[in-house]
Ligand binder design. Sequence first.
Ligand code: ADP
Ligand code: MG
Length: 327
Amino acid sequence: MATLDEFSLIRSYFANPVAPQMLGVGDDAARVPMPAGSQLVACKDLLIEGRHFFPDVDPRLLGHKSLAVNLSDLAAMGAKPLACLLGIGLRQADPQWLEAFSGGLLELARLWDCPLVGGDTVRVRTETVISVTALGSLPEGQQGLMRSAAVAGDDIWISGYLGAPHVALLALKGDARIDSDLLARTRSALEQPQPRLTLGQSLLGLAHAAIDISDGLVQDLGHVAQASQCLTQLRYADLPIDPRLSGLPEEIRTEAVLRGGDVYELCFTAPASRRQDIERIGRQLKVPLACAGQVLDGHGVQVLASDGSIMNMNSPGFDHFRESSDV
Ligand code: ADP
Ligand code: MG
């Protein structure tokens, strides 16, 4: 990007006030004080136009989501946000687009006290590329809600509801089975996810493993099963299916619930002895929490149908969905 353009662009859209003890946008690097007795947690997601977002998506929602997906990863560790950085590659500097994009990102950053403290801006010839790095903290001695921490005997919990983002994605890709009314009602789940940060932090010391459902429930729970060397078994009848999916054909609903990605909810495991504590947290935070499975000795992921039989996870729908989903 031409030097002058780049500097005025950064100043106009990404420079923002930070706390006096911090050094934000404008120097060679940012300086962020760590809370006493804490350790750094860091994550990064890459979003590519045409792959992770539609070229014509509302830029304000895109700014929101670029940060939200990273805050969701911090939430899944039980971490508290500290600051974020933005790498962005743009074909052109469109003031209206930039104003809306940075507005959406900075608004969510303010909401979670996660100031944008730096980044890099370049011109690209091809697709727009956005990469946010989120920094967070965990108390010293606290390992966080690691994928490897599930233990046989744990319950499996899921926050919020499953399926709506996948339905919106299908509709935006032109799937005629989903009408415009349903798209209108599910779209915000896809485009404006709300990271479960307070829940994640409340689960520290209580839950064992946690993960967000960005790639779909079965796949993400598979990561927990593998890292923890156990079997994660879900009960389909207990899964929190989004009520907005109720009128859809069964086959779409099942796929959306089990395979649908972009669900920035937490799936976590916790000892059965902590069931009441977890229910209390759900009530206090007003977050629906469903106890929908169990961790057992074994390997992989199983989903039990209402009659107790094991559902077949190798349906063609899976491969079809994977083709177009995130990596
Ligand atoms: P350098 O040449 O040292 O990489 P830059 O000119 O790229 O510096 O950036 C100048 C300042 O603006 C730095 O503080 C950098 O972190 C910040 N910055 C650049 N791009 C962004 C962005 N997209 N969002 C936030 N801060 C940015
Ligand atoms: Mg730079």
